[in-house]
Design a protein around this ligand. Sequence first.
Ligand code: NAP
Length: 345
Amino acid sequence: MTQTVKVGILGATGMVGQRFATLLDNHPYFRVTEVVASERSAGKLYRDAATWVVDDPMPAWIRDMRVKTPADDLDVDLVFSAIPGGKAGPLETSLAERGIHVFSNARDHRWDADVPLLLPEVNPEHLSLVERQKTPGKIVTNGNCSTITAVMSLKPLHDVFGLRRVFFATYQAVSGAGYPGVPSLAIMNNVIPYIGGEEEKMEKETRRFLGSISPEGVALADVGVSATCVRVPVQEGHTVAVTAEFRSKPTPEEAAEALRTWQGVPQKLKLPSAPQRPVIVRAEADRPQPRKDVYAEKGMAVSVGRLRADALLDLKWIASGSNTIRGAAGSNVLGAELFVAEKRL
Ligand SMILES: NC(=O)c1ccc[n+]([C@@H]2O[C@H](COP(=O)([O-])OP(=O)(O)OC[C@H]3O[C@@H](n4cnc5c(N)ncnc54)[C@H](OP(=O)(O)O)[C@@H]3O)[C@@H](O)[C@H]2O)c1
């Protein structure tokens, strides 16, 4: 399959939009035919409209593309959406009504009963919810970036040992707030113990990711979740301290083995963006660290370390992953690859 699917990047000039541009460079299924942003950027060449902040160079093919708005005629089969929550919802609905499939990073459709909140290794079966949508184009959403990092480390353990309850404490990167994001004067030499809406998202989305398909949509998993979310002066990579209790208590060695050997549907199907190791277990006492581990498996792996017994519950560990790749654009592209592989296009 060589680039037979025409795709647009919605929010192409932003933090996640730029990740889409680099991840879709030479993609075997997808060819970017449209770049879309707000009225502020419309009509400009991409290289003039975008303040390029990711470390990889801007792909040559996108530099001279002309930026459109979502209301323009778009020559696409599917769009990857990276526009702010609140604005995304109605725009994405209207694209789906126009027959365009939407893979979104925004929060607006995550709780629609017939919209999958998809993390391809964790709940690939939720993709079948699109069959309940009435529009010709289908909407699929990503989870919140810190939830994705945490759930990638929880799902292999939940499958084997049955999660009962879990506490999350996050250390979240500034790129999670987009560009220009958190002002440098607020975050340098500092820790900000509040990220609006983030704790609620982690507490709700974890239960949906681990939930099962029901006639009403998704039956939430019967697990207790409590989250504390904090912004730290890290450029890329959300780190989560996880403390969990299971129905069947694992030893740290058993948990490490379950994490190390975990493979999901994307690995079995050998999807182009699937990391060989979705979870990497680090043995060193001082890992994972975002600066050293965030781009493991091209940013698609979550690194887990400090797996040890907890004094109150059963186990605790540290998970760390890229917020803009695994926590956003990368999981979205992987989801769209699954959508194509399941012949849903
Ligand atoms: N950053 C992360 O780590 C992360 C992780 C997971 C999910 N997300 C979600 O992904 C989305 C994008 O986040 P981001 O961090 O990339 O934000 P960002 O850097 O602020 O980029 C926002 C993008 O949306 C465009 N935009 C704004 N209003 C628009 C409109 N009315 N119509 C069309 N385009 C519009 C902007 O275009 P202009 O340049 O023209 O203004 C820009 O391209 C958000 O929903 C966010 O919650 C982000």
